[in-house]
Ligand binder design. Sequence first.
Ligand code: ADP
Ligand code: MG
Length: 140
Amino acid sequence: MTMTTHSEEETAGVGLRLASQLQPGSVVLLIGDLGAGKTALVRGLAEGLGVAPDDVSSPTFTLMQQYRGGRVPLIHVDLYRLDDAREIDELGLEELGIDSVLAIEWAEKLPRPVPGAVTIRIEHRDGDERRVSVSGPGSP
Ligand code: ADP
Ligand code: MG
């Protein structure tokens, strides 16, 4: 499913609606350039899961953040600063995500495909326009 958004809030709304379909163990892979809106979408995911969305910032400098208190815990990972496949492997994302929803920015850096994951590609168009395509479990 592909849609066009025209604001940060609209992109967050895609995450908000997706959240209702997620459960512990769900993985959401986010692919798109810097400033595309990946973190904005995760903010919507957080809101949909019942986690305070204002707490969600880009974990670019912290690599990983966990948010509890929602219907399902959310783990938000940003692989921007990791380039070594072994380093990424050592994060142990598969085990970490078992009880949580795992949202991964720069997921194209993952060394292996993640079976059953939802993949979201965000493409920067003119100005505030973004093309958001969602594929994988639960999307038509
Ligand atoms: P990323 O995590 O992909 O690097 P962010 O979500 O941190 O991107 O930032 C996206 C930036 O683009 C924000 O400053 C946001 O306000 C702006 N923006 C403008 N239009 C949109 C849109 N349609 N969707 C998402 N973000 C948008
Ligand atoms: Mg980001």
